[in-house]
Write a protein that binds this ligand. Structure first.
Ligand SMILES: NC(=O)c1ccc[n+]([C@@H]2O[C@H](COP(=O)([O-])OP(=O)(O)OC[C@H]3O[C@@H](n4cnc5c(N)ncnc54)[C@H](O)[C@@H]3O)[C@@H](O)[C@H]2O)c1
Length: 454
């Protein structure tokens, strides 16, 4: 039974995973090559915002069930298995940049040469079908001098949602194990049996290639759902009295469809969907399969940004010279992650119109600064963000934005107008100001003059 585990790459996936294992009687060594990150984590500070993580990190550090290092040698000497959670970003052509995975396996392989024990390697980073067998196995054997049987290897995809990472790690829908041989699969299953106890979720045991493809197909399917409802939302905007929120509610009641991922808005963003969808398209093309379906969901996603800009223009007329307040910068609520955030993408588009942009986000301001620099004004409070503005755009649906009332907009804004890009608000509560929302029929786009007709 494996009790001592390494987690390589302490980012949005690795750090919660390391803390979770450490809280369940495993001895864990977390490893990252970013020395600043390591120092921060050692002090009990999390480099990312994730609900409950700070508290859990401090607890497991105090209990000494988690320690962190930048030394592969130390990790390999003190553990029996390790989970690879390094990033797999996109190359400019959409293919997957495997640089960090390669580096990690090389360093791990070299350290394995120096010890004499069976070691289980579990890859959790999202990698294209075939990578475990054709790339990882090869590098590992070359660097460690070992043969299968002297080591074990699994691909074990991660499905957590940022913002709910710990909840999802403790309560996953399923565990997918892509094992290179029976022994590797059995050892990983034993780890999960110990981790989940009685409440172990359904397990699918398969080969690494299927497991790799399951992860991509899963994300592409979810992105397709979002693009589908956004396509319906574009239709609703052309049909008087139509409302995509009600339509989504109705079709979501069909058990075969389900309500989740049917929220119309600015589209899918974040650190996973955009890169995984592009990679899926790309490796299909490399195999001679052009997927028009996947091309279309990307196109719809882009159109939603244009759609939001058009709605903004319908509300306030020419955008040039206007001051626009953006509420929310993170790619979704409850995270500080701004990678591929649709809010940032919308801001980039609006900046082409010579507008002044003021931004607010409860957690993501610092990370957004690295992308937006001095091109926007950063505000600590919602009031400050609204002050003197001509248009407020709700871009990320943080719970605290739900409290926004038309009185507040009237009080602080130069000319109160609200564009709801996440369908957070009840249009009925904004009757006295200009209001528009994605996926609402045309009669809902209200200029002040048409308000009187309502
Ligand atoms: N973020 C998510 O919600 C999520 C969900 C499911 C799957 N994934 C997948 O998990 C993987 C990790 O994603 P993330 O969002 O946690 O990435 P991240 O960028 O937040 O973290 C990656 C970490 O790996 C470290 N690193 C890079 N090279 C290293 C090396 N050679 N050795 C040790 N550490 C190294 C980096 O310093 C960084 O801290 C990706 O493949 C991603 O597609 C992410």
């Amino acid at each position: 039974m494996i009790n001592r585990i390494g987690v390589v790459g302490l980012g949005y996936v690795g750090l919660p995973l390391a803390c979770a294992f450490a809280s369940k009687s495993f001895k864990v060594i977390g490893l990252d090559t970013d020395l600043e990150k390591i120092e921060l984590i050692k002090r009990g500070e999390t480099p990312i915002y994730e609900e409950g993580l700070q508290e859990l990190l401090r607890k497991v550090l105090e209990e000494k069930s988690l320690k962190v290092t930048s030394s592969y040698r130390e990790m390999v000497e003190e553990t029996e298995a390790c989970f690879i959670c390094v990033g797999t970003p996109s190359n400019p052509d959409g293919s997957v940049d495997l640089r960090y995975v390669r580096e990690a396996i090389e360093m791990l392989g070299e350290s394995l040469r120096r010890v004499d024990k069976y070691f289980l390697l579990v890859v959790r980073s999202t990698i294209p079908p075939g990578t475990t067998l054709n790339v990882i196995k090869r590098i590992l054997e070359e660097k460690s001098g070992r043969r299968l049987g002297e080591y074990g290897l699994c691909f074990n995809p991660e499905f957590l949602r940022e913002g709910r990472a710990l909840y999802d790690i403790f309560n996953p829908d399923r565990v997918i194990i892509g094992a290179i041989d029976e022994e590797s699969g059995k050892l990983l299953l034993d780890i999960y049996k110990k981790f989940h106890g009685e409440s172990i979720p359904p397990v699918l045991m398969t080969n690494p290639t299927n497991a790799e493809l399951i992860k991509y197909a899963n994300n592409v399917f979810l992105a397709t759902k979002v693009s589908f409802i956004n396509m319906v939302s574009q239709l609703c905007q052309r049909i008087p009295n139509a409302d995509v929120k009600v339509v989504a509610e109705g079709i979501g009641m069909d058990k075969r469809i389900g309500r989740e991922f049917l929220n119309a808005g600015l589209g899918w963003g974040g650190s996973c969907f955009p890169k995984d969808v592009k990679a899926f398209l790309r490796f299909g093309e490399e195999l001679g399969l052009r997927s028009k379906l996947v091309e279309s969901i990307i196109e719809i996603n882009e159109t939603q940004i244009e759609n939001a800009v058009k709605l903004a223009e319908e509300l306030v007329g020419r955008l040039e010279g206007r001051t626009i307040s953006i509420l929310g910068l993170a790619f979704k609520p409850n995270t500080d992650d701004v990678r591929e955030s649709r809010a940032i993408r919308l801001i980039e588009e609006l900046l082409k119109y010579d507008v002044e942009i003021k931004v607010h986000d409860p957690k993501a301001l610092e990370k957004a600064k690295k992308i937006l620099g001095d091109r926007v004004i950063y505000c600590k409070t919602i009031e400050e963000c609204l002050t003197g503005s001509d248009l407020c755009i709700l871009a990320t649906e943080w719970a605290e934005y739900k409290e926004l009332k038309q009185e507040m907009l009237k009080k602080y804004m130069r000319s109160p107008a609200l564009l709801d890009c996440r369908r957070l608000y009840d249009p009925g509560e904004f009757k006295q100001i200009k209001f528009a929302a994605i996926g609402l029929g045309p009669r809902y786009v209200k200029s002040l003059s048409s308000n009187s007709e309502e």
